[in-house]
Design a protein around this ligand. Structure first.
Ligand SMILES: Nc1ncnc2c1ncn2[C@@H]1O[C@H](COP(=O)(O)OP(=O)(O)OP(=O)(O)O)[C@@H](O)[C@H]1O
Ligand SMILES: [Mg+2]
Length: 358
């Protein structure tokens, strides 16, 4: 059988660079070496791409060796070039989280270069990354979300008191304030009273020029893995039970006891069935492809389901929620990667079959 030549892109320019080093190490280890030849390309925090010649992956975390003779250049329509030679690459796994990895920019770039890749295209990646646009689309489709006010930095600076009154009149306190496009809870605050309001907005605007204000919901956090392009598969649901005030950056990555992952989540069958249906609808509404993790709130009192967000490249280690939910229902990590590869090829064939020239 002919082996496929796969490149893993990892690292990247976002605040989630270090998470990517872990995710990509796991992906490399679990890709079936009988089916794939693997190349690694590390992207530094400054955005330089380095081909990793004779790499070693024997810890949980990949390194990026910055050898200037192995800098990668991109040749549109041709591929990736190192030392004047195009690398033989049939497929790319962009295992990058956040800005410049998961937000559509990388996907657009790879589309221009002309190499098929894993996951959603430029459009879906952007729509899922922009929490405000995603919510507008879901709301229009009649899918349940937490209400929100979207604020642009320019408007906030012009009239901060007006924003504060609008938020107070609509939601009171507590509210959540978060950047529209950051991830990993960076810049997210729970605001208990008006004294904290401006500090939280200033913090969120450090990371984005658009910010969301939402009422704080008293809810369980339930996650659902989705795999597929059109015929979607869902799996057991998982619950995140943070031990912090909310699922903040420390609870996610620093405090080892920051959150419990409960698989499967203990919820009524009827609610689970409805969540899986909503997960598929939310995924299709944003034109997502390949795989994603859909995150829900489940109101502790009313059991109302609300879609919070979708991560198109969720944390991807073998102990991340995304892969563990798939594995719980029998789709092991290596088979999951095979599936994502096939779905990426299928998506690319569909793109190639379009006639753009008329
Ligand atoms: N309206 C809300 N009510 C209650 N808790 C919230 C609300 N919005 C956010 N949170 C809490 O803050 C956490 C982070 O918010 P959110 O999921 O919106 O962004 P993010 O996690 O930074 O994005 P990503 O998952 O892409 O990294 C949530 O997991 C939840 O614990
Ligand atoms: Mg989140």
């Amino acid at each position: 059988m002919k082996k496929h030549n796969i490149a893993i892109l990892y690292g990247g320019r976002s605040g989630e660079h270090d998470v990517s080093l872990l995710s990509a190490s796991s992906v490399e280890k679990h890709l079936n070496k009988e089916k794939y030849n693997i190349s690694l390309i590390g992207i530094t925090l400054n955005g330089v791409w380095y081909y990793q010649e004779n790499y070693i992956n024997n810890s949980d975390c990949l390194e990026i060796i910055e050898d200037d003779s192995n800098i990668v250049s991109l040749i549109p329509g041709r591929g990736l070039m190192v030392k004047g030679i195009i690398l033989p690459i049939d497929f790319i796994f962009p295992i990058l989280h956040g800005t410049y990895g998961e937000d559509g920019t990388m996907q657009g770039l790879l589309e221009i270069v002309g190499i098929p890749f894993a996951g959603s295209g430029m459009d879906g990646s952007y729509l899922a990354m922009d929490k405000e646009v995603a919510k507008i689309i879901w709301d229009r489709e009649g899918l349940p979300i937490v209400p929100f006010i979207g604020i642009k930095k320019h408007d906030y600076l012009k009239n901060p008191n007006d924003i504060k009154s609008r938020s107070q009149d609509k939601f009171g306190y507590p509210v959540f304030i978060k950047p529209v496009k950051a991830g990993s809870s960076v810049g997210v605050s729970r605001v208990e009273s008006q004294d904290e309001f401006f500090a939280a907005l200033d913090k969120a605007f450090k990371y984005d020029t658009k910010v969301l204000i939402e009422p704080a919901v008293n809810a369980r956090e339930i996650e659902c893995s989705v795999v597929g392009n059109y015929n979607l598969e869902t799996f057991a649901l998982g619950e995140i039970a943070p031990s912090h005030k909310f699922y903040d950056y420390d609870a996610k990555y620093i405090d080892p006891n920051g959150a419990k992952l409960i698989i499967p989540a203990v919820i009524d069958d009827s609610i689970a069935t409805e969540m899986k249906r909503l997960a598929k609808s939310a995924y299709l509404a944003l034109n997502l492809k390949g795989f994603s993790r859909v995150d829900f709130f489940l109101d502790k009192e009313s059991n109302k389901i609300m879609i919070n967000e979708i991560n198109t490249i969720p944390g991807f280690t073998n102990i991340s929620m995304f892969s563990m939910l798939c594995a719980h229902n029998g789709l092991g990590y290596s088979e999951l990667l095979d599936r994502i590869f096939e779905l990426g090829i299928e998506r690319y064939q569909e793109v190639l079959s379009m006639d753009f020239s008329h």
